[in-house]
Design a protein around this ligand. Structure first.
Ligand SMILES: *Cc1c(COP(=O)(O)O)cnc(C)c1O
Length: 351
């Protein structure tokens, strides 16, 4: 038999583009517009001095980072798992927990990678339609299932659910693993980490890519009770023991000491977002309330794809998903004030 007959055929996720165009204003992948903490640079320089240490494998358990996170979060290290961005972490969670014959539930409008992983791992899924206003109604998650995934705040809508609603989902689904993806929580969401000791079926994931300005280092984590974390680790150690590299591990631990910078950057992004929301309104855009570092906008008169193209011609990149229900929306990341001023000058010419 030819290998083509048994090769794994998959449809991969398509990330937002990273084009090599000079002076491009990049508002398409929700990266942080500000530099990483200066502590990251200090740690990199220290590592350069100690570069001989790179001969060695990193600690497979990521002990030092888990200890640092443990102190930072006030959570035992046994309740923490780290990986190469939350994409890596979430894929490991799906691989570990989603083997029921019942469908795993997630919203039809959410992080589109969930569907890709579902098909990759090969479990049944049920996409639960969000309401017409794009919000998630947790009553739709009261049915038999093989697991639940909720991004909170959700992407690409930016809408967040209050913690009581997440708790209702957990209460109603005691036998299922419930993953809450908190990639954007620091921009206005309410974290479910405090519920970990109360619900042994809860896993919360977070990332350094958005609110900690370090998408390039690929650092993500999961928080859950000891038993759940031990299951995740067993799967990780069945695939690749040394996932996180030494520079990422060291920098990730170091910047936790720079809480002021973290707060300052999140504060700036939120302030810019609040200003942008008013500007979008003035131009006639309509959008759900964002608790994230992006706004998901639609215009009643001008087609989203036309706006996308017109912005691109002017060197401004935003995200357009050619998907049913949201193909007339654009997801626009919050950049610096100057970048957003340039966006609104361009939009004034377009809409
Ligand atoms: C960006 C994002 C992630 C992945 O982030 P990593 O860079 O892999 O840590 C996960 N979930 C959502 C909803 C995201 O938007």
């Amino acid at each position: 038999m030819n290998w083509r007959e048994y090769v794994k055929n998959v449809t991969p996720y398509v990330p937002g583009e990273q084009p090599k165009i000079n002076n491009l204003i990049k508002l398409n992948t929700n990266e942080n517009p500000y530099s990483p903490s200066p502590v990251a640079k200090e740690e990199l320089l220290r590592l350069a001095e100690d570069y001989d240490s790179l001969r060695r494998y990193p600690k497979p358990d990521c002990d030092a980072l888990r200890d640092a996170l443990s102190e930072y979060m006030g959570l035992a290290p046994e309740k923490i798992f780290t990986g190469v961005g939350s994409d890596d972490v979430i894929c490991t969670l799906f691989t570990t927990f989603f083997h029921s014959t019942l469908p795993v539930l997630f919203a039809d409008i959410t992080y589109s990678f969930y569907e890709v992983w579902a098909d990759f791992v090969g479990f049944p899924k049920e996409l639960i339609p969000v309401k017409d206003d794009l919000s998630i109604d947790i009553n739709d998650y009261r049915k038999e299932n093989g697991g639940i995934v909720i991004a909170n705040p959700n992407a690409p809508t930016g809408l967040s659910l209050p913690l009581e609603k997440i708790e209702e989902v957990l209460k109603f689904n005691r036998d299922s693993i419930v993953i809450v993806d908190e990639a954007y929580v620091d921009f206005g969401g309410e974290s479910a980490v405090k519920l970990i000791d109360k619900y042994d079926n809860l896993i919360v994931t977070q990332t350094y890519s958005k609110s900690r300005n370090l998408a390039g280092l690929r650092i993500g984590m999961a928080f859950a009770n000891e038993e759940v974390i031990s299951k995740i680790k067993a799967v990780k150690f069945s695939i690749n023991s040394y996932t996180m590299n030494e520079p990422s591990l060291r920098i990730a631990s170091a910047i936790l000491k720079d809480e002021d910078y973290f707060r300052e950057c999140c504060g700036k992004v939120i302030k810019t977002r609040e200003w942008c929301v008013e500007e979008f309104k003035k131009l006639g855009f309509v959008f759900p309330e964002s608790s994230a570092n992006f706004v998901f906008v639609t215009h009643p008169k001008v087609n989203a794809n036309d706006i996308y193209k017109a912005l691109r011609e002017r060197g401004i990149l935003v995200r357009h998903f050619g998907m049913e229900r949201i193909d007339n929306y654009l997801r626009i990341s919050i950049g610096t004030d100057d970048e957003m001023k340039a966006l609104f000058s361009a939009l004034k010419e377009i809409v």
